[in-house]
Design a protein around this ligand. Structure first.
Ligand SMILES: Nc1ncnc2c1ncn2[C@@H]1O[C@H](COP(=O)(O)OP(=O)(O)O)[C@@H](O)[C@H]1O
Ligand SMILES: [Mg+2]
Length: 327
């Protein structure tokens, strides 16, 4: 039996979220926030953390600095049940990254100091560890600049070892959507962009055209549509799943949580409709608390939410395969 269900290579840092700021950030004024949250951030870590809390065995590789913020992030990830034994702590000039999120009424600003995430390189990765799983996931493709020169090689090697692979690129800060991505997508089994990313990558403004193009490269394309839910294209099969109605307070991490829900079912052999519905449910759960992992750290909240919304096929506990949304 593999040591893990899913291994992840990615960035690990905290999110500092300042709530209740004025709409305009006037220069030179002291602007007061109404609330603050220092929480586990970074797409890869949120994905890994939330997936582990669902009952999937997750191993994580990253590079962090020898600084207090890196240690807090590492502790948070481990507390979620993720194996962090291969996270490398590197001393030097560069510290662990940090993302500052400023949510406002209609949009949010996201400011990231990449730190060590830019420096993680192929030599930081233990390939035996990564392939001791059934499945490999990567988030934030464009942020891993140190890995980029050998990214295609990495995906090729992982695929050749027999693991299935999922990818969520997230945004490209350079807004270039490098064509190198197409070479990587050939090795990907499940691609998980949001609506905007799908269109950027496929170089079209039309979502159905984008999905059609991506589906020629990847067997399963699941596109996140925020409060509209999500849709998936698996070869010629097209599926749509509306969002689950919840009291949303914060969209931070919803996309990564969707990925966790989708992959939780996928690695258990769940069909595409089940994976999509569970992805939607877990994305919705994420929005019920501030930050990307708070809804999952509260075990009682997580269990009650799943019991309320999800019917299991048998008498199993949450975390088992299959099931469906309750009407
Ligand atoms: N307001 C909401 N209500 C319910 N579910 C939501 C809401 N916002 C997001 N979600 C869920 O989270 C998923 C991911 O959200 P989205 O914002 O599209 O991703 P990303 O964070 O990658 O941009 C959606 O597909 C949906 O399932
Ligand atoms: Mg996303």
């Amino acid at each position: 039996m593999p040591a893990f269900d899913v291994t992840v290579v990615g960035e690990l840092n905290l999110d500092l979220i300042l709530y209740g700021l004025p709409q305009d950030l006037e220069p030179e004024r002291e602007l007061l926030a109404g609330g603050l949250s220092l929480t586990l951030g970074s797409s890869s870590a949120i994905f890994a953390h939330n997936l582990a809390t669902l009952g999937t065995r997750v191993g994580f590789i990253s590079r962090i600095g020898e600084d207090p913020l890196g240690q807090i992030a590492l502790d948070r990830l481990a507390a979620g049940g993720v194996d962090v034994s291969r996270v490398r702590k590197v001393s030097g000039q560069t510290s662990t990254g940090l993302t500052v999120i400023l949510p406002r009424a209609k949009f949010r600003n996201i400011l990231t100091y990449p730190g060590t995430m830019n420096e993680m390189c192929f030599e930081d990765l233990d390939l035996d560890y990564l392939t001791s799983a059934r499945h490999f996931h990567m988030s934030s493709f464009f942020l891993h600049r140190g890995l980029r020169p050998r990214m295609v090689e990495l995906f090729k090697k992982l695929k050749a070892s027999g693991v299935s692979i999922s990818l969520d690129t997230n945004d490209d800060p350079a807004d270039e959507w490098d064509s190198n991505l197409n070479a990587v997508l050939r090795f990907v089994d499940v691609f998980l962009p949001n609506d905007r990313e799908a269109k950027k990558i496929a170089r079209t403004d039309d979502l159905p055209t984008a999905i059609g193009r991506l589906a020629q490269l990847v067997p399963v394309v699941a596109v996140k549509l925020g409060p509209e839910g999500a849709l998936a294209r698996c070869g010629r099969e097209e599926l749509r799943s509306p969002a689950v109605k919840v009291d949303s307070v914060d969209p931070v991490g919803a996309g990564d949580s969707f990925d966790a829900g989708f992959i939780h079912q996928y690695v258990r052999g769940g069909d595409h409709a089940t994976s999509l519905a569970f992805g939607n449910l877990i994305g919705a759960l994420s929005t019920t608390r501030p930050g990307g992992t708070e809804a999952f750290r509260d075990r009682k909240h997580l269990d009650e939410f799943l019991n309320h919304h999800w019917t299991l096929p048998g008498p199993e506990k949450p975390g088992a395969a299959g099931g469906s949304l309750k009407a």
